[in-house]
Design a protein around this ligand. Sequence first.
Ligand SMILES: [Fe+2]
Length: 270
Amino acid sequence: MHPSVGGWSPRRPHRAMRYALVSDVHANLPALDGVLAEIGRLGGVTATYHLGDLVGYAPWPNEVVERLRGAGVSGVSGNYDSTVATDYKHCGCRYEDPRQEALSHLSYAWTRAHVSSGTKALLGQLPFRLDVRPLGGHTAGPTLTLVHGTPLNNTTYWTEDRPDAFCLKMAAAAGARSGDLIAFGHTHLPWHRIVDGVHFVNTGSVGRPKDGDWRAGFAIVEVDGAGAIAVQHVRVEYDVEQAIDAIRRSELPNEFAEYLRYGGRVPATA
Ligand SMILES: [Fe+2]
């Protein structure tokens, strides 16, 4: 029989830990505010982390970085963050056609011209990955590894149709084992798979979804006292018209406004 000291019993199960994971905000402040409000409404969230790509494509790069800093949300460096911070020649994005490539260059140039020195410094300080131990580092339990693209770089697109072997290679690169979780963003498409006991979670995108759903997306990861993991994807309506208006009033391409309205799947007639 274990003694109980001050109400604490070593047999009492650890309380569940809930994490909100938000990725690819891409300078969309109304979307971020909608998500942070929803996280507040959900309640019981232990911590919120971002998975990078805070800037690009929308006109609030400084405000987004400041909002996350003010809310105490730490996170990792996306390709947009690390390329802006280091004055790289392009944003590290993939282009599907020449028009998209031209738009991407415009977004990158606009963002580099509008980030403050303080924002640029904060982007440059972001770590490449974060490891979270919900049950504490002093005891066995799952590790949640947070990256932007993959554990190897922040530019590779880790899509849901990747073979199991790719996922296991990434797990090995991260040092993840059965019962652990790797979370990432970058593709702006939410999914969750379990391969050989390792959870792989793409959180989707807060500020620039590409799955045809305009609502802001993020993920909740819950870890119970026994280390079991549950994953939920959440979508939140936000003031998308405010974002659309602000893009149109800026020198950013109007295509980015339409992109938000249609969740990245703009009909040919639009
Ligand atoms: Fe992104």
